[in-house]
Write a protein that binds this ligand. Structure first.
Ligand code: XAN
Ligand code: ZN
Length: 439
């Protein structure tokens, strides 16, 4: 049993006010990694007098974060500011992605990347992989050892990047099939078919991706869409017969309820309608959109159309692995949009960072909130009493204000412990260990 302040969003606060549930002195009973009961601590204590409680008072226990868009090979190139997308790819990012041809280099990067996720409280992630199959074997091996829930795949492209990053439809299919056979469905791992974006993928390569997607019903598909005006112009010229950017994927059969497309900063109404109809989700990456000057995300139009939206950090165009920071930036972007924006309160941010991500990835029956029957995937945030966040939390007049302070001021430094399916996957170094106590 875990005793703490609990906050989670089993409902959707965009549809239902009051969808966030809070227990200021709450408890979760966890059996074999699954939440067996939840409620006020004293109620659970009465029902289960013999069960020891891990005392996590003084902080807040949230569902583990779900990052729906983050690039494994880009951890070392975080922090290059001031470039638009295509320059940023050419000058900053693709040279580094080429280095993952060396499997031992890739192994080190995989560990750095996975540590970034766990140390920030992310327990489930849809990960854009490397262009190299051996680098993906290294990654999946490390991901399996990390205990995280990871959906990832080899990135494929056959034009307009750098020659060493290009494949062919035949090679992409053969390597993808091999990786799926070795890793898809192993423990907490799943495979995502990953064309980089239509700009770098011929129609033949997109067809090879569709053939991979047909290999199993629970494979995912991820790519980029409508991020930057210059990119959109290039795609328009490359696919003369396509109605719009989405159509380049649609014609290949890649737009389904298993698809998660990142960015969509500049969608048409038709694209939003099709995405909503298919159940294709959008990974909104506000830090990346701001850093690359891609634009201000039209959240209101997505919500009005009924498109599922979740958050992605988009490391390395974004600003790090913190889903707290991503939530804060999402709120800032909507504020900057004025009347066209959607005011995002703490409950919206928590939903976007947890349950919405689980829904986008089709894993909401397993993770994303603390409803009994879900896995115990959780992050324990314990601000330092001496810091500004500690001060604000101590004086906050409501749990909602505590949560918005966590999104505003919280960081990796406040992540004390992280669990996936009841397994502790991270404990902050130098923090006191919390031993089971009888209370
Ligand atoms: O933000 C982005 N990061 C990338 O690595 C990328 N590749 C294509 N389009 C992209 N957008
Ligand atoms: Zn990306």
């Amino acid at each position: 049993m875990y005793r703490s302040t609990l906050m989670h969003t089993p409902g959707n606060p965009f549809l239902t006010p009051g969808a966030m549930q809070v227990e200021e002195d709450g408890a979760l009973l966890v059996t074999d990694g699954v939440i067996a009961a939840s409620g006020p601590y004293h109620t659970l204590r009465g029902s289960y007098p013999e069960v020891p409680a891990v005392d996590l008072r003084g902080g807040v226990l949230l569902p583990g974060f779900v990052d729906t868009h983050v690039h494994y090979p880009q951890v070392r190139v975080l922090g290059a500011l001031g470039m638009p997308l295509l320059d940023w790819l050419d000058h900053n990012t693709l040279p580094e992605e080429g280095r993952l041809a060396d499997a031992s280099y890739a192994r080190t990067v995989a560990h750095e990347f996975l540590h970034g996720l766990t140390a920030n409280g992310t327990t489930t992630a849809l990960v854009f992989g490397s262009h190299f199959a051996p680098a993906m074997d290294e990654f999946f091996g490390a991901a399996q050892a990390s205990g995280l829930r990871i959906i990832a795949g080899q990135v494929v492209s056959d034009r307009l990047l750098r020659p060493e990053l290009h494949t062919t439809p035949e090679q992409a299919y053969a390597e993808g099939r091999g990786l799926i056979g070795r890793w898809h469905g192993q423990g907490r791992l799943r495979y995502a078919v990953t064309p980089r974006f239509s700009l770098s993928a011929s129609e033949g390569l997109l067809e090879a991706c569709a053939a991979l997607l047909a290999l199993a019903p629970d494979l995912a598909l991820t790519s980029h869409i409508n991020e930057n005006s210059r990119e959109i112009d290039v795609v328009r010229n490359l696919f003369a017969g396509a109605r719009d950017y989405l159509d380049t994927y649609e014609r290949a059969g890649l737009v389904t309820s298993r698809s998660v497309l990142a960015h969509n900063v500049h969608p048409s109404d038709r694209e939003l309608e099709v995405m909503a109809g298919c159940g294709c989700a959008v990974a909104h990456c506000p830090c990346s959109n701001s850093a690359l000057g891609s634009g201000l995300f039209p959240l209101r139009r997505h919500l009005q159309a009924g498109v599922q939206v979740a958050l992605g950090t988009d490391v390395g165009a974004g600003s790090g692995f913190s889903m707290l920071k991503e939530g804060l930036q999402a709120s800032f972007v909507q504020q900057v949009l004025g009347e066209q924006g959607v005011t995002l309160g703490a409950a919206h941010l928590l939903y976007l960072a947890t349950r919405a991500g689980a829904e986008a990835l089709g894993v909401e029956a397993i993770t994303g909130d603390f409803t009994p029957g879900k896995a115990f995937d959780a992050v324990y945030l314990r601000p330092d009493d001496a810091g500004t966040l500690g001060t604000v939390v101590r004086h906050a007049e409501s749990p909602e204000r505590v949560l918005s302070a966590l999104f505003t001021l919280g960081s990796q430094a406040d992540v004390a412990r992280v669990w996936v399916a009841g397994d502790e996957v991270y404990a902050a170094p130098g923090r006191p260990r919390f031993n089971p106590v009888w209370t």
